[in-house]
Write a protein that binds this ligand. Structure first.
Ligand SMILES: Cc1cc2nc3c(=O)[nH]c(=O)nc-3n(C[C@H](O)[C@H](O)[C@H](O)COP(=O)(O)O)c2cc1C
Length: 338
């Protein structure tokens, strides 16, 4: 039927006019689809409000993650993240949050605050002006975990399971932020990319390109724009930039497919790096288009290449810490539909 209508229209309008008409229709649909994405993001993300429990949980996670990252420093910066501590303590007093104390991310927040308090106490650094002892005691009562907010590794123990069965392998990968500054050879990076290229993609279209940046000045400039690895870039001499190429997508329904294929590729790349004993830390590219434009200029990325994520890579230092980044249990995110 569709084909017959098209044939009829072609005979009336001619091929060229028909194509123009169809393109106009596609444009309308594309606009309305992006508009719907826009409305849903506006309504459900935390950009314009933090009213639901999920939004609060996401905010709590963001805050405790910063504290975990601050605890990685050796020595720690005294009284770091004061405002975030105050905010987190307030969030934990929220009624929605109070009803969900047993959830993994709320417990992780409690653990990070307890660790923060105890480390300062052991260093004889007073934090009582923003983190009172009675709050600490209350948190201790609410804590169901006996964990530290950071994990200690040596280079040897970190890569112990990098060639092991998938469960051990996957559980042993972490985001490492401490590098020696030694360069990974081009041959090794080629091997990593070949292995990562096993990643599945829609119709095997393989839209991902990976840029390797190993110019110190460029790396500094990139992280000045990105901002998510502050304090960790001193001995960072190589960065991978994972990009998805828009030219590979042909339908309006695929408007976000490059992030899906890019995300799958990113995970495979992180695993390939771990397999070859290269330490890595992904660094988000959840950035506005103004940053995309800056990066295009800086790295020489074509407009069609969308950055998915940056990855800091290198040889890890002899010993280092990583964040606990405690994960949800399936009880918190497996939804059975009958
Ligand atoms: C897409 C993405 C973006 C990330 N961006 C950053 C970043 O900008 N800075 C940073 O220190 N860590 C970043 N991370 C690392 C996360 O903090 C880390 O993956 C998370 O806490 C889980 O810990 P793990 O990787 O050690 O298991 C990012 C991770 C992903 C997957």
């Amino acid at each position: 039927m569709k084909y017959q209508i098209k044939k009829l229209l072609k005979s009336i309008l001619g091929q060229k006019n028909l194509e123009t008409l169809l393109d106009r229709r596609k444009l309308r649909i594309l606009r309305s689809n992006f508009n719907e994405d826009y409305l849903l993001y506006k309504k459900h993300s935390t950009v314009f409000g933090k009213s639901s429990f999920e939004k609060k949980e996401s905010e709590v996670t963001l805050l405790y993650h910063s504290i975990e990252k601050g605890l990685l420093y050796n020595p720690i910066r005294h009284r770091f993240a004061k405002e975030k501590i105050v905010k987190l303590i307030n969030f934990l007093d929220d009624n929605d949050v109070k009803q969900n104390y047993s959830r993994s991310q709320i417990q992780s927040a409690i653990t990070s605050l307890i660790n923060y308090y105890e480390i300062h106490k052991s260093l004889n650094v007073d934090v009582s002006d923003f983190f009172k002892e009675n709050i600490y005691r209350e948190l201790k009562e609410k804590s169901l975990q006996q964990l530290e907010s950071t994990k200690n590794h040596t280079r040897g123990t970190y890569f112990l399971f990098s060639e092991n069965n998938f469960e051990l392998f996957s559980n042993s990968r972490c985001s490492v932020r401490n590098f020696t500054g030694e360069l990974i050879s081009q041959e090794m990076i080629q091997k990593v990319i070949d292995l990562s290229n096993n990643a599945p993609s829609v119709c095997n279209r393989q839209p991902v390109s990976v840029y390797l940046v190993q110019n110190r000045k460029l790396i500094e400039q990139v992280f000045d724009i990105q901002g998510g690895l502050k304090g960790y870039t001193r001995d960072l001499n190589q960065v991978l930039i994972v990009t998805g190429n828009r030219n590979y997508f042909y339908s309006i329904g695929e408007r976000n497919q490059l992030y899906i294929d890019g995300g799958i590729y990113l995970m495979n790349l992180l695993y390939a790096l771990h397999f070859y004993k290269i330490a890595a830390c992904p660094a988000h590219w959840g950035m506005p288009v103004s940053a995309d434009k800056q990066m295009r200029q800086l790295i020489g990325l074509p407009e069609s290449h969308q950055i998915i994520c940056l990855i800091a890579i290198g040889i890890p230092t002899e010993s280092f810490k990583t964040t606990l980044s405690f994960r949800k249990s399936y009880k918190e995110n497996l939804i059975i539909v009958n």
